[in-house]
Design a binder for this molecule. Sequence first.
Ligand code: PGA
Length: 252
Amino acid sequence: MRKKIVAGNWKMNNGVQETEKLINEVKDSISILDQKNVRVIVAPSFVSLTSALENAKNSKIEVAAQNMHQEKNGAYTGEISAEILRSIGIKTVILGHSERRQYFGENDKLIAKKIDAALANNLEIIFCFGELLDQRKLENHLFEVGSQLKNSLFHLKAEDFKNIILAYEPVWAIGTGETATPEQAQEMHAFVRNVLANKFGEKTANSISILYGGSVKPSNAEEIFSKEDVDGGLIGGASLIAEDFVAIIKAI
Ligand code: PGA
């Protein structure tokens, strides 16, 4: 059975103390839940990762990084490598987020290199992809997503997908309050699964968790999560409010 996953992407928010507070609030609220097949992941800023790991110890919460550099080490001022993440005990990293693509010039090819570096260091990846508003309007969304998958993932082996979680995030829905309809999400998730089935086989495709991201909130989470191919969510804004994030976790 595919794992259900709710992941919070905290982006460039919260200092160390606020991160600790948020983790502890979420931890206390979900400790009574019995959701064996559900994973809860949070991704605080680099600076807060160590204390986040400490505070999440012995709880259901896992801690992920939001990004990493593709090189092993070297003169890359301000960057963090997979190895450095591993050295503090991080096991999961978000790669390919649309904000990285949009504001930091990351493209499919670079993201493919980051994926390789993460896998080589035994890091699990939450790989984000999704179309822009114009591409959706022109009904090019399936084509666009198909090419993002192809460019960043098709060089991998089927077994690599044990360490990959996918997150479909239509760019027009991120932080805009506008959510894809459950039907739009299902259409895309089924398409993605089909693309992967054709390339890597049904068994692999059926075992991959595909999350939806883009303005998920307590009021729409249950309906989106009820769709067959939606295995959870990558939550931005709403994951910064403990009560809302917990409500979304409960919705799954
Ligand atoms: P949002 O962000 O929930 O605030 O739309 C989602 C994301 O960027 O992962």
